[in-house]
Design a protein. Sequence first.
Length: 44
Amino acid sequence: MQEVDYKCLRCGHIFKSQYDPKVPMERACPECSSNSVRRQKKSK
């Protein structure tokens, strides 16, 4: 399991959360409670 950045598509808040590609998990934004969040890709 690793900690990655997530971004809320509703309010734009960026937050860290645990990520494991083997375990599907629904996340919610800690600011607005929206479940429209996406994992941010690492920039190279």
